[in-house]
Ligand binder design. Sequence first.
Ligand code: SF4
Length: 438
Amino acid sequence: MNVYDSERMAEALVLSGYQQVETADDADMVILNTCHIREKAVQKVYSDIGRIKPLKKKKNDMIIAVAGCVAQAEGAEIIARAPVVDMVFGPQTFQQLPDMLDEVHALRAKGKKSRLVRTEFPAAEKFTALKSVTRAPITRSPSAFVTVQEGCDKFCTFCVVPYTRGEEVSRPTADIIAETQALVDQGVCEVTLLGQNVNAWQDRQSGLRLDGLLAQLGAITGIERLRFTTSHPRDMDDALIAAHGNNLKLMPYLHLPVQAGSDNILTAMNRKHSAAEYIELVARFRAVRPDIALSSDFIVGFPGETDADFDATMALIEHVTYAQAYSFKYSPRPGTPAAEDEAQVDEAIKTTRLHRLQALLNGQQRAFNEAQIGNILPVLFDKPSKKNGQMSGRSPYLQTVHVTMDEAIMESVRGRILPVAITAAHNNSLSGHLSDGD
Ligand code: SF4
């Protein structure tokens, strides 16, 4: 979502006469678009500001801005601690960027220091502003993100998102379709719908839910692949599950975070579902789409996690089997209930458990990849691989696939979906060759 927001900021600034440059040294303005999910997010922002500060000394009129969720959480504190910063704005206010810039210039013209802080929550206003944005192709990727939903009302006890991104707000259907059409006109054929709780998306006027939106987007000529992320198990409905069996444009990949496999810990996290309910949900997806690749998030060492709780998480992983996963040691986020819990788990225990969990998940990912050897997969080619003479793309299961080919045809395959015979599997990718079928 931050990548998407950064692109929108770049577009808003183009309208104000700016253009994107490659390094901070060449910039008249630097925006740090921050993520509060990262560990030690706040310290990292101040160390980044410290790195940019000497540039501002050299170039006195440089503007430094801090955006995103750390900006939302810290607000005016950032300017108090780092007076070199000119503006601080949250994820729901970046559409005001051109106005903020005008204000900074006006203050400077009067010889005053700018100290703008915009951290209110007008998410609906942001969506209205996005509607009028013309998406300039910043990259030439055939794959693009489209934000459809923002914010979260779930209040998991470890998470800052409800405090930094605000309550759940859905973007209107017509705006999503218009943005998708504009992307298709620029050569995009794969769209990933984004939202903190994307499957909570609903068009309040028509009652349309995510399955219906995916059906409408799939009907756009030129759209070949649809994906969405991130889902919450509690918001999954029958129609969206069924869509994985009947919407041919919807790719067989689902990121469905569970975080833990112990009911005690799921309750302490305020996830509001049990391990058994999650497992049953997975079974319903597999019933309509047996080959679906599952991905998840895991937190190890949540406050109060016992050996038995951890074993329950390992058992859930063994039962479900994942194609991919993201796993982390629990680390407290200031202002969240879990951070105040006195039953914090010893760091060494967290490390040991994380190693065991990642060994299991990595083995499952490797096995999922190896099961593709000998298959022919449709691959959407995106960009040259790091290795010379190879193009890379994505399989329907979101695996990166590297294909060696004649340099002369590399440009011509970009943006096309072509059959690839898979010959080798690695931990994080596959390799193969273009199949004779094309
Ligand atoms: S559902 Fe996701 S975004 Fe919302 S509070 Fe829980 S972890 Fe955070």
